[in-house]
Design a protein around this ligand. Sequence first.
Ligand code: ZN
Ligand code: ZN
Length: 230
Amino acid sequence: MVNIWSLFAQIIGTACPLCGAPGDEICAPCDATLPRNANPCPSCALPLPEGTPQGLPCADCQAHPPAFDRALAPLLYAPPVDRLIAGFKYQLQLPLGRMLTAPLAATLRERGPLPELLLPIPAAASRLRRRGFNQAAEIARHLGRQLDLAWAGNRLLRVRDAGPQHELGRAQRRRNLRGAFACRGALPRHVALIDDVMTTGATADEASRILKRAGVGQVEVWAIARTPRE
Ligand SMILES: [Zn+2]
Ligand SMILES: [Zn+2]
């Protein structure tokens, strides 16, 4: 039954955001129905068509290998994940950040070796002003707690606002992002970049390029969800 109290419980994070069952996470039956990124490109996490041999990079990664070493995004950016991420980002339903991070943390627990530092993709200043928080930093904080890893929001910086990316082609996107990031302070050999949704991978690619130029040996990209190729 959806009443005002169960809605309130969902907003403060004491009920499943999908069905209202009591608890502080997405309940197991709802979790089982979330769209999974079951056959991702091992390099950029792009969902590949069913039947594509596993472990083979997508055509794009073969033609233009990205600057990061691998990407991981366990969910697909599709209903109801898109709606939950929007609630987290635009309606400030902050408990959703923790709940949405759980599938990523579960995937990572089964895998090693983990990076030494988590770096949220920094938000553009204009977005930060509008939204009041950087959703990637929230996710890095939750992941850090769930996996016992350090995170830092002040090592990778956005020094130039690149503007919207989605209407640009690959080459234009790259050009548009040049000079957008800088890093500061000592960085360990192995880091993971954290974002909410991985769309084209261009932002993560440029940030990884800067990190590698600063001497980082291995860069992974971790996101809650991945969009299909546009
Ligand atoms: Zn549920
Ligand atoms: Zn790929």
